[in-house]
Design a protein around this ligand. Structure first.
Ligand code: CTP
Ligand code: MG
Length: 202
């Protein structure tokens, strides 16, 4: 069994507004992507990183695409040996080896596993400023990464989505949830950098 890590790190980081692509913005004294790279390397046989085309210098750094899904596909294409794939966003630098291992271990008997947390806000579906529905919060989880998949299933799961599990779900794949921590936060806006710097320093 060959476990390959994939790190989508090719986004521009528009909402963060740094002067470099988000994954290369300095966080806790190093480029953000390096935190995730260190963690995945502990668990995987090999890690492929999808980066902006002008940053493909190091080995196993491949050019990402115009969308996150395309970046994941480009990295997957560079890892034909993979039997299991662990996808983890560079934008979640506080991931732990323990969480990645728990997700990998949960793959037994299913096609995919996602780290997720129960939502704490009440979530509204809104159309043109008008509330359409209020799904029962007790059944809602916020999806994170890592997301772990059987490689053959992930290869068949084509299309565009904000996470990989939804593409696997769309082809009928079974996806299990592993409860993660809100500390595995996603760096999206400047506030998230402040919170992450605080968590990294204690
Ligand atoms: N990503 C990617 N390729 C893309 C777009 C996003 O590899 N074409 C990656 C990002 O680098 C990030 C992850 O997917 O690690 C989650 O995306 P997001 O948080 O939206 O990051 P950005 O797209 O960089 O940010 P923004 O949407 O604010 O521009
Ligand atoms: Mg984006």
């Amino acid at each position: 069994m060959s476990v390959v890590g994939i790190i989508p790190a090719a986004g521009a980081g528009e909402r963060l507004g740094a002067d470099v692509p988000k994954a290369f913005a300095v966080l806790g004294g190093r480029p953000m992507v390096e935190w995730s790279l260190d963690v995945l390397r502990e668990v995987c046989d090999r890690v492929v990183v999808a980066v902006p085309p002008d940053r493909v210098e190091p080995p196993d750094f491949v050019a990402g695409g115009a969308t996150r899904s395309e970046s994941v596909r480009n990295a997957l294409a560079a890892a034909p040996e993979a039997s299991v794939v662990i996808v983890h966003d560079a934008a979640r630098p506080l991931v732990t080896v323990e969480l990645v291992r728990r997700c990998l271990e949960a793959l037994d008997g299913v096609d995919g596993v996602i780290a997720a947390v129960p939502v704490t806000d009440t979530v509204k579906e809104v159309d043109a400023g008008q509330v359409v529905s209020t799904p029962d919060r007790g059944r809602l989880w916020a999806a994170q990464t890592p997301q772990v998949f059987r490689a053959d299933v992930l290869r068949r799961a084509t299309g565009e989505a904000t996470d990989d599990a939804s593409l696997v779900e769309a082809i009928g794949g079974s996806v299990r949830v592993v409860e993660a921590s809100p500390e595995n936060l996603k760096i999206t806006r400047p506030l998230d950098v402040r919170v992450a710097e605080m968590l990294l320093s204690c």
